[in-house]
Design a protein around this ligand. Structure first.
Ligand code: PHE
Length: 343
């Protein structure tokens, strides 16, 4: 058809119809080329304008541009519809139903021991303590020797200690106290440090004994450290943990690495007249502590003539049990989701 014979309205109608019936992307592109391409029909409409009467040129140009706009828009609409249909087909093929509710996502939570550990770390950090870490597989030297626990001490008995080698040079640490010596080797006095972590004992398990449990060691080294400093620090610690001041008392306790050594009891935070937690005594046994033995300072490379210190061993597992009213320590590391979901 020669350009002079083209009927612009018929062009638009035809283009729109062809676009509607194009059912693939390629078919659509072909229609686009045919109508909007360099050699296309709309170009033909524009090209004939110079041959028209001058008075008709304006209207013809406007019309051609309108047709071009209408075709462009129809192409875009059809293209979107085709893409949509393609996606639907793909979903159908995959058996995917977008109207179904999404799968439920199981959200985890922090283990109660982790929660209490982090809380205490924040508390101690706010009081200027370093937060330290130590190996769980520990050298006999740090776990016993440097802590003034001689080779024939009952705590070394194979009843309590998991040995990792034939010579007995490597053990699973039985307490966090080895970090005391490691801290002394690393830090310049005066300093304060706590070291939370897992400890291991070869014990038969029951509601209050577990072979793996958690402690937090504390060590403060400075000038003229006395039992008064120790009591003051423990009261601050308890206030941080239980939210209020608790009366404390010291009973003598023996640990080879402290002298004097104590068991610190606190007034039961849960009752006034006695309850099951304090076994009707109104006191709860809370933590062993004492002034660092001069031999231990020496083993850590610190001169006991110049420096002194106190240490304490917080039973993290026990504290968590107190805090949440857990009656069996074996729940803590059971991995039982029915237990863990409560936190
Ligand atoms: N390490 C000791 C234990 O686990 C506790 C302790 C720590 C005692 C610090 C005194 C000072 O039994």
């Amino acid at each position: 058809m020669s350009t002079s014979e083209i009927d612009p309205e018929a062009v638009q109608a035809q283009a729109l119809e062809r676009i509607q019936s194009a059912d693939t992307e390629e078919a659509l592109r072909a229609v686009e080329r045919e109508f909007l391409g360099k050699q296309g029909v709309v170009q033909g409409l524009l090209a004939r304008i110079p041959s028209l009467e001058p008075s008709q040129r304006g209207a013809a140009g406007k019309q051609a541009n309108q047709i071009k706009g209408a075709i462009t828009q129809a192409l875009a609409v059809r293209e979107a519809a085709l893409a949509h249909a393609a996606m639907d087909a793909e979903r159908q093929a995959l058996g995917f139903d977008p109207t179904l509710p999404p799968p439920t996502v199981e959200r985890g939570s922090l283990h109660p021991i982790t929660q209490v550990t982090r809380e205490l770390e924040d508390l101690f950090a706010s009081m200027g303590y370093h937060i330290l870490d130590g190996p769980e597989v520990e050298r006999d030297h740090y776990n016993f020797e440097a802590l003034n626990i001689p080779a024939d001490h009952p705590a070394r008995d194979s009843q309590d200690t998991f040995y990792c080698d034939q010579e007995g040079k490597l053990v699973l640490r039985t307490h966090t106290s080895p970090v005391q010596v490691r801290a002394m080797e690393r830090l310049q006095p005066p300093f304060r440090a706590v070291a939370p972590g897992k400890v291991f004992r070869q014990e038969s398990t029951d509601a209050s004994h577990e072979h793996t449990f958690h402690q937090m060691e504390g060590l403060v080294v400075g000038k003229d450290i006395s039992v008064g400093h120790l009591i003051g620090a423990m009261k601050t610690l308890l206030a941080g943990i239980f939210g209020r001041e608790l009366e404390v008392r010291l009973r003598p306790g023996y640990f080879p690495f402290v002298e004097p050594g104590f068991e610190l009891d606190a007034r039961c935070p849960f009752c006034e007249e006695g309850c099951s937690v304090c076994k009707r005594t109104t006191w709860i046994e809370l933590l062993p502590c004492g002034l660092v033995h001069p031999e231990v300072l020496r083993a850590g490379g610190i001169d006991p003539e110049e420096w002194s210190g106190f240490a304490f061993g917080l039973g993290l597992s026990r504290l968590v049990m107190l805090r949440y009213g857990i009656d069996d320590v074996r729940h803590l590391l059971s991995g039982d989701l029915r237990f863990l979901r409560q936190f």
